[in-house]
Design a binder for this molecule. Sequence first.
Ligand code: NDP
Length: 291
Amino acid sequence: MPSSQRRLTATFKSPNFGLRATVPLAHGGGIPWLGLGVWQISGDAATERVVRSAIDLGYRSIDTATIYGNERGVGRAVRASGVPREELFVTTKVWNDDIRTGRVAEAFEASLRALGLDYVDLYLVHWPIRGKVVATWKAVEKLLLTGRVKAIGVSNHMVPHLEELLAEAEVVPAVNQIEFHPYLQSRPLLEYCRGKGIQLEAWSPLMVGGAVLQDPTLTAIAARHRKTIAQVILRWDVQGGIVTIPKTQHQERMAENAAIFDFVLSEEEMAAIDALDRDQRTGADPMNVPF
Ligand code: NDP
């Protein structure tokens, strides 16, 4: 086993490995391995309630976006939580309309206002828009200099988009947030990002509650560990070095999804899950963004 892998394995067995454990990012600081996604939680009151529950349960990372329409609720929960701001990690994203019209700086200001925060921990370019990849990244790089965003990154960027971006970039994206679950593993992209020091983050890790939650291989592994399939998938993410942000509005599931730090998948089990890849997307193809 290579020494970096041994170090990772040691980390995952540490009693301190949990919701507060972070992985270092290229721009300094660290992102928690597991956070809460809030896509499709509608309304500020509901969002505030869900995010508050998550923070009370120990979650420290929240993933929102302008297009989710719930930044206000996220911000209210963060501010009311009583947890010091520096212990929380808030991600938001610039939406495609603002990318197309070149209004990245204005969109960022609007997000900060909606959140009611002085800074965000991670600001992501939501989708690669043809012809705008480099200009958008340049605008986001400028935001990093203001200190009101601690790290900048991209989402849904495939290798060609990253090549285009990196050819002109001064700062490498700290994160690439992509659709990633056992049925869609994009291994070449993963390796490419690893090679560039870009941290992978999995969206729709549970395939939006879809078919993967009935998979027979995962069912067998889950039974062996007395865990649920969701827990096995999320454990496979972090044990494989991938940050993940499952969404749920139910407190029991928040607790379930967070209970992944007390067991270890064997190398054989990791390999068996790796072998489930079938290149199956639930979301849009980033090579052809239709919205
Ligand atoms: P997920 O894969 O996280 O699945 C969420 C669905 O699974 C919900 O219907 C939820 O239901 C259900 N669920 C959650 N936990 C469990 C469990 N333990 N057992 C069974 N079902 C469960 O899908 P998302 O698409 O929401 O992805 C997660 C996050 O990623 C988003 O919320 C968003 O923050 C981000 N994202 C980013 C995108 C991007 O383009 N950058 C695109 C899509 C998502 P319920 O809520 O009823 O419990």
